[in-house]
Design a protein around this ligand. Structure first.
Ligand SMILES: Nc1ncnc2c1ncn2[C@@H]1O[C@H](COP(=O)(O)OP(=O)(O)OP(=O)(O)O)[C@@H](O)[C@H]1O
Length: 223
């Protein structure tokens, strides 16, 4: 039932003297329903590990597999949604268009995408922003719309890279509430990278990145 499994997966950028080992051989697994925080200092490799789990980066060592999701990028694009840290919306499109577009790109019909977009906007509390252009949103609103876009895919796994990193404490806490409620409603597993102990404390499992080396508590590791 494993959604994604890393077996000694590593990622090095550059070559020779310039090589940076962002992630050393790392072994971990994400099961359905998981709530995982990946913590670590800046530059410790959290985003790179998240990108490996998403299939956005190819490992330079070891392997990443998606036993429950299929190993082709096309199959994964329907089942894995990524929420990025910074602005990721298309500024000239409305909120509804942004939320529906990702679903359309994975092959969902426009009617179904509109339906899913409306439901997702309702879930995260941005229905009143439907016709607003994305570049007029506040940071917190934009991040809630990015979460709506993610869940409109009906993913089985949501990977969020510092989803509250650019928000003030109160707004960030509210965005995390929205994200947790959205995955609870859709049944998706959730992996979040964060610097913030308060965010990590809200997730069930806690993985630590130390200078590119992943520490997964034994009890919560590979099953
Ligand atoms: N595309 C890239 N090319 C070269 N080096 C990279 C690339 N992406 C990441 N790195 C390097 O890999 C290391 C890990 O970066 P990564 O972004 O994964 O860390 P992080 O823990 O997510 O940091 P932050 O919390 O600041 O976002 C850093 O030394 C970074 O400079």
């Amino acid at each position: 039932m494993t959604l994604v499994r890393c077996t000694e997966a590593a990622r090095t950028f550059g070559q020779g003297d310039q090589a940076v080992v962002a992630v050393h051989g790392s072994t971990c697994a994400v099961e359905p329903g998981a709530r995982i925080a990946i913590t670590g200092s800046s530059g410790s490799g959290k985003s790179t590990l998240l990108h490996l789990l998403a299939g956005l980066e190819t490992p330079t060592g070891g392997a990443v597999e998606w036993p429950e999701l299929g190993n082709s990028a096309a199959e994964r694009s329907r089942d894995i949604a990524v929420v990025f840290q910074g602005p990721s919306l298309l500024p000239a499109l409305t909120v509804a268009e942004n939320v529906g577009l990702a679903a359309v790109l994975t092959g969902v019909s426009e009617t179904e995408a509109d339906r899913r977009a409306a439901a997702a906007m309702e879930t995260v509390g941005v229905a009143m922003l439907t016709d607003q252009l994305a570049d007029t949103l506040s940071g917190g609103q934009a991040q809630r719309v990015a979460i709506a876009r993610a869940i409109a895919l009906r993913p089985r796994l949501v990977l969020a890279d510092e989803p509250t990193g650019q928000l003030d404490g109160e707004t960030g806490a509210h965005v995390l509430d929205v994200l947790m409620a959205a995955v609870a409603e859709t049944g998706a597993a959730l992996v979040v990278t964060t610097h913030d102990p308060a965010v990590a404390g809200r997730l069930g499992e806690h993985w630590q990145m130390n200078d590119g080396r992943l520490v997964v508590p034994a009890r919560e590791g590979v099953r």
